[in-house]
Structures are given as C-alpha cells and as structure tokens.
Design a protein around this ligand. Sequence first.
Ligand code: KDG
Ligand code: MG
Length: 403
Amino acid sequence: MKIVGADVLITAPGRNYVTLKITTDEGLVGWGDATLNGRELAVASYLRDHICPQLIGRDAHQIEDTWQYLYKGAYWRRGPVTMTAIAAVDIALWDIKGKAAGLPVYQLLGGAARDGVMVYGHASGESLDEMLDDFAGYLDSGYRAVRAQCAIPGMDTVYGVHRGGAGLYEPASGHLPAEETWETGPYLRFAPRMLGAVRERFGFDVHLLHDVHHRLSPIEAGRLGKDLEEHRLFWMEDATPAEDQDAFRLIRQHTTTPLAVGEVFNSIWDCQQLITERLIDYIRTSVSHAGGISHLRKIFSLAELYGVRTGSHGAGDLSPVSFAAALHVDMAVPNFGIQEYMGHRAPAEEVFHTNWTFRNGLMHPGDAPGLGVEVDEDAAARFPYDPKFLPVNRRTDGSVHDW
Ligand code: KDG
Ligand code: MG
C-alpha cells in the first residue's frame, strides 16, 4: 500500500492545531497531530518542506522503517520540532494500519490490558473556595483523579487557573507573549495549605495531583515535596526545569512524594537517566511530542523495566488525534499509571469527530478501525490559523523565570 498524498492542515477551532493527512493508493486516510503550542508553523514547514515529499511512494505499512528513515536520515537528532513532525507521520501510519486491518490501534499494540484508562481532570479557581467547588464538580462527574491548581493570594497570574469561572484555561494568547509575574516564596507557603484544603474537604479516596510547572530549584522542590507528604499526592509534576535530570536525585533525597516529569521531553534519551536511576515515578512524555506511538512505546517499555509508570501529557493543546493515540497506547501498556485529560474547547468537536467514551472516571478509545478520529476538512477551513504564544514569566525584580 503506497502513500500517494501527505498534506498539512492548520486550523484553530478554539486554539491552533496542526494536522497531517496521509492518503494511500488504496484510498485509506490516516491522521497525525503535529501541534507544538506557540511554534506551530515551524512543524508545519518541517513537514511540508522536508518530510511530505519524502513520504510519497513509500509503503504505508512500514511504520518502523519510515520512523528510522526520518530520524536517522535527518542527521540532526531530537528536538521538539523534528520529533513532533516524525510523531505526526507515525501516528497517521498507525491510523492507516488499523483501518487496513479493520481493528482499533490498541488491538495492534497487543490488545486491552485494562477495561479503561483512568484520567485526571483539571480543577482550578481564582480563590480556594472556587477551586474546591470546581474540584467537587469533577467528583460529581465520576472522576477518580483530579489535579488542583489555584491562584495565589497576592499574585496576579498563576499557571493552570482558568479565569472567570469554570472552563478550560488557555495559556496561549496574542501576537506577542503575555508576561506573567512569579515569586517562589508565596507559592511555597500557599501550596501545602491549598492541597491540604482538598484533603480536608474530600478526604483521601480521590487521587490528588499538582503541577509545579518547572518553577522551583531542586532544594525548594525537596522542601515542597516534604511539606506535601501528609497530603499523599498521586504526584508532584515538573517540580524543577526538566532538562536538569540530576536535580531529581536531590529532590528524591528529601521526599517520598511521587515525582512526575516529561511533558517537554522528545525522545527516550531525555528519559534514560531518570528512568534507569529510578529518579522519577511517572514518565509524562506525550505521543505527539515524543516521536509518535512507536517511540512512546519504547519509552514506556524502558520505564516498565524500572518500575516507572506512565502518565502521558494530555493538555488541550494536543489535538484530539493525539489524545486518541494516547488512549490506545494507555489501553495496551502493562505499566500504565494515569492519563491527563484536559479536554478541548467546544468548536474542536466540529472539526475532530471522536469515538472515545468516559464512564466512571475511565476512558476508552472506542473500537472504530484505526485511531477512531476523523477530521472534517470543510469545518477545519472555517477556523483559520490564529497566531498565539505561550506566556513568559518574570520575577518581581524583572528577571526572566521558567514559566
Ligand atoms: O503548551 C503547554 C501546555 O501543554 C502545558 O503548560 C500544560 O503543563 C501542562 C499540563 O500538565 O497539562
Ligand atoms: Mg504539566
């Protein structure tokens, strides 16, 4: 089965998504997500100008060979742009293989290893009470796991808080990055109180997660982990900037709070030390930023050997194609931990028609052949690209800080 078409669609139904469409001479179509938040056009160009012409005429069934050809053939290794582009090709080819076989992708990955995929939702609020009410809403909807983020008294902006009541927060904005302000002291004082309030109101039966979003030094992270131990978190995410892997050794020496990291990683090489030295408990690489289904499976298999579980990134800036691909992998891997599910803004469902279901806190990708997501190109054309950036963070003295 030969590839006869490879085209890139850019659409913004609620936010920007870059989608790769691969067509075969048998009339099968596969979809891949190529969205890299705030740097969308770089991946679109990488695909259109460098990868798509190389795909024409290749055997659509040779997924691993195509992966190796694109990775080793580029000579330049890793990096978010390259690995997101390769991921889009890989995801689209798995979609095609499933459609050719008449099977959902998780069946091709070894079949269901569980009834469904436990997901966590995002509770947040501009005050503690608002966050707790939002949290209660997730429990009422059946979630077994919820992430809690809250505005910090005295600080204007904080990651992960949706403004103006319930709904999806959207960090990307404007033609230039918005600037936010950060101070570590107030956060370190507030976070244990905030997460303690969740335990006080809802008890310990719900899995509680929190995202630090790369903002602490290693010793600050160690102290926060220690302060949070009594609240029994499912995980403390991205405690320090993720590229400094040795930092996790220091955090580990100070706390038993489980550690998760990896949403900004692109390859198994970024995860190697953290996994093999057992410095983390959950690896959070995403299917669309870490080389697709083929590469994500290798990362998860390495993690399995070392008792590290999975917890794939699933923010709303990963398209429904990505999210479906993540669910298929989650269904099949033995060391599944949890899956993030932030959801997508309403217009996205006009463009991306999905098959997944949610019941009792568990999601299932559905049994449609392939990934189970189809893209309506006419609907996509109604939502033109809308340039946006992620925010930049500054401390109150004006110096740039990790966002
Ligand atoms: O584009 C950046 C977002 O994907 C990221 O800020 C979301 O940290 C995030 C999360 O855990 O969902
Ligand atoms: Mg995160």
